[in-house]
Design a protein around this ligand. Sequence first.
Ligand code: SAM
Length: 279
Amino acid sequence: MTEPTAEPTAEDRKAGIAGVFDRAAATYDQIGVDFFAVIGERLVATAGPQPGERVLDLGSGRGASALPAARAVGPAGAVLATDLAPGMVASLRSRGGELPWLTAEVRDAEDPPDGPWDLVLGSLVLFFLPGLDDAVRRYRDVLSGSGRLAFSWFGDADKSWTEVYDAIDADLPADQRAPRGTPRQGPFAGPEAMAGFLEANGLGDHRTETHRITIEFTDSDQYWRWMWSQGMRYVLEMLESRDLLAAAQARVDPILEQRLQRDGVIRWWTDVHYTVARP
Ligand SMILES: C[S@@+](CC[C@H](N)C(=O)[O-])C[C@H]1O[C@@H](n2cnc3c(N)ncnc32)[C@H](O)[C@@H]1O
């Protein structure tokens, strides 16, 4: 008789996600396409940190939003950047040398340090949190009187890419395949669902704007480097551990080649939502 496999706990899931990003940190947002840094900068521009403000940045990665926030608040302000992946924190520390009022530490985004914070920022991270409801109430509680929570999250993405995703994980059992962009779950299903979620958690004053971002890969090699460099790396690691990666690449490369021949680049887009919320 085989023992039933225990469901992963929230802590297991967080450690699994942090592990993937830790192994991705050496190439994260450094493969020659503009993505996370562009989104982080737009998020900061939308949230508008002022000189002297205190900012808490959650799931900072290499600093896509923490670095522009630190430039905006200046030496009279302070930014605490946090991430569960030590490799990301080390990388951010080395990039933030010119900005001594930016500090970085390994910390769970579900456990924000006491405030008051004028701005709690999270670029492309809140959807990873298993305990999002409690975490958002904690963010609300550590905000200063004029404080706001600002975060970015994914919207619709290029549906023509379903054929690529299907080719990548065709050999995996259905329950282990990567989620297909849309429809997304819970508050991340769309701006209306997010509005209801924020209102239910004491952040009644909110606005969301949406902007499309497009990546143009120059060839399939750059596409694979992109996959290894970010969260989708977990699918490649799963395929590799089962000796299924080469077969997946053999299915995907002809599709990428067709796209390259047709468009001159391998083009992919996603919408990104930018939400700013206050109590
Ligand atoms: C998609 S990346 C975004 C990083 C950065 N904000 C950016 O925009 O480039 C998600 C980041 O969240 C971090 N992360 C995931 N779950 C976390 C948690 N529970 N606490 C802290 N960081 C977390 C990952 O390690 C990763 O660096």
